[in-house]
Design a binder for this molecule. Structure first.
Ligand SMILES: Nc1ncnc2c1ncn2[C@@H]1O[C@H](COP(=O)(O)OP(=O)(O)OP(=O)(O)O)[C@@H](O)[C@H]1O
Ligand SMILES: [Mg+2]
Length: 229
Protein backbone atom coordinates (compact mmCIF):
# COMPACT_ATOMS: atom_id res chain seq x y z
CA UNK A 1 0.00 0.00 0.00
CA UNK A 2 1.18 3.50 -0.86
CA UNK A 3 -0.10 6.07 1.61
CA UNK A 4 0.07 9.78 0.94
CA UNK A 5 -1.19 11.75 3.92
CA UNK A 6 -1.73 15.52 3.79
CA UNK A 7 1.25 16.04 1.53
CA UNK A 8 2.29 19.50 0.36
CA UNK A 9 5.28 20.42 -1.77
CA UNK A 10 6.30 24.03 -1.95
CA UNK A 11 9.03 25.11 -4.36
CA UNK A 12 10.85 28.33 -3.56
CA UNK A 13 12.68 30.19 -6.29
CA UNK A 14 14.02 33.44 -4.86
CA UNK A 15 10.93 35.30 -3.69
CA UNK A 16 8.61 33.16 -5.81
CA UNK A 17 6.74 30.31 -4.19
CA UNK A 18 5.01 27.59 -6.17
CA UNK A 19 2.56 25.36 -4.34
CA UNK A 20 3.09 22.30 -6.53
CA UNK A 21 1.00 20.11 -4.21
CA UNK A 22 -1.35 21.18 -1.44
CA UNK A 23 -2.71 18.84 1.20
CA UNK A 24 -2.94 15.77 -1.02
CA UNK A 25 -4.06 12.51 0.60
CA UNK A 26 -4.54 9.24 -1.26
CA UNK A 27 -3.95 5.52 -0.98
CA UNK A 28 -2.87 3.11 -3.67
CA UNK A 29 -3.35 -0.59 -2.84
CA UNK A 30 -0.55 -3.03 -3.67
CA UNK A 31 -0.85 -4.71 -7.04
CA UNK A 32 -2.93 -2.02 -8.71
CA UNK A 33 -2.29 0.05 -11.83
CA UNK A 34 -3.20 3.70 -11.33
CA UNK A 35 -2.98 6.87 -13.43
CA UNK A 36 -2.24 10.39 -12.22
CA UNK A 37 -3.94 12.79 -14.61
CA UNK A 38 -4.50 16.54 -14.89
CA UNK A 39 -3.37 19.59 -16.84
CA UNK A 40 0.23 20.63 -17.37
CA UNK A 41 1.68 22.08 -14.17
CA UNK A 42 -0.95 20.45 -11.93
CA UNK A 43 1.66 18.58 -9.87
CA UNK A 44 1.58 15.08 -11.40
CA UNK A 45 5.34 14.64 -11.75
CA UNK A 46 5.89 16.22 -8.35
CA UNK A 47 3.58 13.63 -6.77
CA UNK A 48 5.15 10.77 -8.72
CA UNK A 49 8.63 11.86 -7.61
CA UNK A 50 7.53 11.87 -3.97
CA UNK A 51 6.09 8.35 -4.31
CA UNK A 52 9.32 7.17 -5.96
CA UNK A 53 11.53 8.69 -3.26
CA UNK A 54 13.20 11.13 -5.67
CA UNK A 55 12.01 14.11 -3.66
CA UNK A 56 10.65 14.83 -0.19
CA UNK A 57 7.48 16.71 0.76
CA UNK A 58 7.51 20.09 2.49
CA UNK A 59 4.96 18.60 4.88
CA UNK A 60 2.92 15.42 5.18
CA UNK A 61 3.67 11.71 5.15
CA UNK A 62 4.75 9.43 2.28
CA UNK A 63 4.75 5.71 3.04
CA UNK A 64 5.46 3.00 0.48
CA UNK A 65 4.85 -0.50 1.76
CA UNK A 66 6.54 -0.82 5.13
CA UNK A 67 8.82 2.13 4.46
CA UNK A 68 8.08 5.63 5.70
CA UNK A 69 10.13 7.78 3.31
CA UNK A 70 10.02 10.85 5.55
CA UNK A 71 13.29 11.62 7.21
CA UNK A 72 15.43 9.23 5.17
CA UNK A 73 18.78 10.69 4.12
CA UNK A 74 19.69 11.05 0.43
CA UNK A 75 21.81 7.89 0.65
CA UNK A 76 19.07 5.92 2.38
CA UNK A 77 16.56 7.05 -0.23
CA UNK A 78 18.89 6.07 -3.06
CA UNK A 79 19.37 2.61 -1.56
CA UNK A 80 15.63 2.22 -1.05
CA UNK A 81 14.91 3.25 -4.67
CA UNK A 82 17.50 0.87 -6.09
CA UNK A 83 15.86 -2.08 -4.32
CA UNK A 84 12.17 -1.20 -4.59
CA UNK A 85 11.41 1.10 -7.54
CA UNK A 86 11.62 0.71 -11.32
CA UNK A 87 11.57 3.90 -13.40
CA UNK A 88 10.12 4.47 -16.88
CA UNK A 89 10.39 7.87 -18.60
CA UNK A 90 8.83 9.53 -21.64
CA UNK A 91 12.07 9.58 -23.65
CA UNK A 92 13.29 6.11 -22.58
CA UNK A 93 16.65 7.38 -21.28
CA UNK A 94 18.59 4.44 -22.67
CA UNK A 95 22.38 4.69 -22.89
CA UNK A 96 23.06 5.08 -26.65
CA UNK A 97 26.40 3.19 -26.74
CA UNK A 98 25.05 0.14 -24.90
CA UNK A 99 23.06 -2.68 -26.52
CA UNK A 100 19.53 -3.49 -25.39
CA UNK A 101 20.70 -6.21 -23.03
CA UNK A 102 23.53 -4.08 -21.63
CA UNK A 103 21.03 -1.29 -20.91
CA UNK A 104 18.81 -3.75 -19.05
CA UNK A 105 21.80 -4.93 -17.01
CA UNK A 106 22.66 -1.44 -15.74
CA UNK A 107 20.54 -1.54 -12.52
CA UNK A 108 22.09 -4.93 -11.70
CA UNK A 109 25.57 -3.41 -11.56
CA UNK A 110 24.52 -2.03 -8.16
CA UNK A 111 23.81 -5.56 -6.87
CA UNK A 112 26.10 -8.41 -5.86
CA UNK A 113 25.04 -10.59 -8.79
CA UNK A 114 27.82 -12.24 -10.78
CA UNK A 115 28.17 -11.36 -14.47
CA UNK A 116 26.56 -14.58 -15.73
CA UNK A 117 23.58 -14.10 -13.40
CA UNK A 118 23.19 -10.48 -14.47
CA UNK A 119 22.97 -11.67 -18.07
CA UNK A 120 20.36 -14.30 -17.15
CA UNK A 121 18.17 -11.80 -15.30
CA UNK A 122 18.45 -9.29 -18.16
CA UNK A 123 17.54 -11.96 -20.73
CA UNK A 124 14.46 -12.90 -18.72
CA UNK A 125 13.38 -9.25 -18.46
CA UNK A 126 13.87 -8.74 -22.23
CA UNK A 127 11.84 -11.86 -22.96
CA UNK A 128 8.99 -10.60 -20.76
CA UNK A 129 8.76 -7.47 -22.92
CA UNK A 130 9.01 -9.55 -26.10
CA UNK A 131 12.45 -8.41 -27.22
CA UNK A 132 14.63 -11.47 -26.68
CA UNK A 133 15.54 -11.42 -30.38
CA UNK A 134 16.73 -7.78 -30.28
CA UNK A 135 19.15 -8.00 -27.40
CA UNK A 136 22.27 -6.98 -29.33
CA UNK A 137 20.66 -3.99 -31.02
CA UNK A 138 21.69 -0.48 -30.03
CA UNK A 139 18.89 1.95 -29.04
CA UNK A 140 19.10 3.80 -32.38
CA UNK A 141 18.53 0.48 -34.17
CA UNK A 142 15.19 0.07 -32.39
CA UNK A 143 11.81 1.77 -32.92
CA UNK A 144 10.42 4.12 -30.27
CA UNK A 145 8.05 1.43 -28.99
CA UNK A 146 10.87 -1.11 -28.82
CA UNK A 147 13.11 1.35 -26.98
CA UNK A 148 10.36 1.91 -24.42
CA UNK A 149 10.03 -1.87 -24.00
CA UNK A 150 13.79 -2.08 -23.32
CA UNK A 151 13.30 0.67 -20.74
CA UNK A 152 10.50 -1.38 -19.16
CA UNK A 153 12.78 -4.44 -19.06
CA UNK A 154 15.39 -2.27 -17.32
CA UNK A 155 12.71 -1.09 -14.83
CA UNK A 156 11.69 -4.65 -13.88
CA UNK A 157 15.08 -6.37 -13.92
CA UNK A 158 15.69 -5.99 -10.18
CA UNK A 159 12.12 -7.21 -9.55
CA UNK A 160 10.93 -4.07 -7.70
CA UNK A 161 7.45 -4.01 -6.11
CA UNK A 162 6.76 -0.54 -7.50
CA UNK A 163 7.02 0.72 -11.07
CA UNK A 164 6.67 4.46 -11.72
CA UNK A 165 6.20 5.82 -15.23
CA UNK A 166 6.09 9.51 -16.20
CA UNK A 167 4.19 9.85 -19.50
CA UNK A 168 5.49 6.52 -20.86
CA UNK A 169 3.36 6.81 -24.02
CA UNK A 170 3.95 10.54 -24.54
CA UNK A 171 6.27 10.05 -27.49
CA UNK A 172 4.55 7.05 -29.11
CA UNK A 173 1.89 6.55 -31.78
CA UNK A 174 -1.45 4.93 -30.92
CA UNK A 175 -0.43 1.35 -31.67
CA UNK A 176 2.78 1.51 -29.68
CA UNK A 177 1.02 3.35 -26.85
CA UNK A 178 -1.53 0.52 -26.62
CA UNK A 179 1.27 -2.06 -26.54
CA UNK A 180 3.03 -0.24 -23.70
CA UNK A 181 -0.19 0.19 -21.70
CA UNK A 182 -0.98 -3.54 -22.14
CA UNK A 183 2.49 -4.41 -20.97
CA UNK A 184 2.18 -2.21 -17.87
CA UNK A 185 -1.17 -3.82 -17.13
CA UNK A 186 0.43 -7.25 -17.52
CA UNK A 187 3.14 -6.29 -14.98
CA UNK A 188 0.30 -5.70 -12.55
CA UNK A 189 -1.86 -8.70 -13.35
CA UNK A 190 0.81 -11.32 -13.97
CA UNK A 191 3.67 -10.11 -11.77
CA UNK A 192 1.63 -8.32 -9.05
CA UNK A 193 3.51 -5.04 -9.43
CA UNK A 194 2.08 -1.76 -8.25
CA UNK A 195 2.26 0.58 -11.25
CA UNK A 196 1.85 4.36 -10.88
CA UNK A 197 1.75 6.24 -14.16
CA UNK A 198 1.49 9.93 -15.01
CA UNK A 199 -0.32 10.38 -18.29
CA UNK A 200 -2.24 12.75 -20.53
CA UNK A 201 -3.35 9.84 -22.67
CA UNK A 202 -7.14 9.29 -22.49
CA UNK A 203 -6.58 5.79 -23.86
CA UNK A 204 -4.94 4.88 -20.53
CA UNK A 205 -8.32 4.90 -18.78
CA UNK A 206 -9.16 1.54 -20.35
CA UNK A 207 -6.08 -0.08 -18.80
CA UNK A 208 -5.87 1.28 -15.25
CA UNK A 209 -7.78 0.34 -12.10
CA UNK A 210 -8.07 3.88 -10.81
CA UNK A 211 -7.33 7.44 -11.83
CA UNK A 212 -6.45 10.38 -9.60
CA UNK A 213 -7.05 13.86 -11.01
CA UNK A 214 -4.93 16.81 -9.97
CA UNK A 215 -5.64 20.45 -10.63
CA UNK A 216 -3.29 23.19 -9.49
CA UNK A 217 -1.73 20.91 -6.91
CA UNK A 218 -5.01 19.72 -5.44
CA UNK A 219 -6.59 16.30 -5.79
CA UNK A 220 -9.99 17.10 -7.31
CA UNK A 221 -11.96 13.90 -7.37
CA UNK A 222 -10.26 11.53 -4.98
CA UNK A 223 -10.19 8.33 -6.94
CA UNK A 224 -12.40 7.23 -9.77
CA UNK A 225 -12.73 3.49 -10.06
CA UNK A 226 -12.76 2.42 -13.67
CA UNK A 227 -15.09 -0.28 -14.94
CA UNK A 228 -13.41 -2.92 -17.02
CA UNK A 229 -15.48 -4.61 -19.65
N1 LIG B 1 12.22 22.14 -9.31
C1 LIG B 1 11.22 23.02 -9.35
N2 LIG B 1 11.39 24.29 -8.93
C2 LIG B 1 10.38 25.19 -8.97
N3 LIG B 1 9.14 24.91 -9.39
C3 LIG B 1 8.91 23.66 -9.84
C4 LIG B 1 9.92 22.65 -9.85
N4 LIG B 1 9.38 21.51 -10.35
C5 LIG B 1 8.10 21.78 -10.63
N5 LIG B 1 7.80 23.08 -10.32
C6 LIG B 1 6.49 23.72 -10.47
O1 LIG B 1 5.52 22.94 -9.77
C7 LIG B 1 4.31 22.87 -10.50
C8 LIG B 1 3.96 21.41 -10.75
O2 LIG B 1 4.94 20.85 -11.63
P1 LIG B 1 4.89 19.35 -12.16
O3 LIG B 1 6.13 19.12 -12.92
O4 LIG B 1 4.59 18.44 -11.02
O5 LIG B 1 3.62 19.40 -13.14
P2 LIG B 1 3.02 18.27 -14.11
O6 LIG B 1 1.59 18.09 -13.72
O7 LIG B 1 3.89 17.08 -14.12
O8 LIG B 1 3.05 19.02 -15.52
P3 LIG B 1 3.37 18.44 -17.01
O9 LIG B 1 2.12 17.74 -17.46
O10 LIG B 1 3.63 19.66 -17.81
O11 LIG B 1 4.56 17.53 -16.92
C9 LIG B 1 4.52 23.68 -11.76
O12 LIG B 1 3.98 24.96 -11.56
C10 LIG B 1 6.02 23.75 -11.90
O13 LIG B 1 6.42 24.93 -12.55
MG1 LIG C 1 5.13 16.18 -15.55
Amino acid sequence: MIEIHQVSRLYRRGVDEVHALEDVSLQIPDGTFVALMGPSGSGKSTLLNLIAGLDQPTSGVVKVGAQNLNGLSEDQLAAWRAAHVGFIFQFYNLIPVLSAIENVEVPLLLTRLAKADRRKHAELALSIVGLADRKHHLPNQLSGGEQQRVAIARAIVVDPELIVADEPTGDLDAKNADDILSLLRQLKSEFHKTVVMVTHDPRAIRYVDQTFHLEQGVLVNGATAVEHA
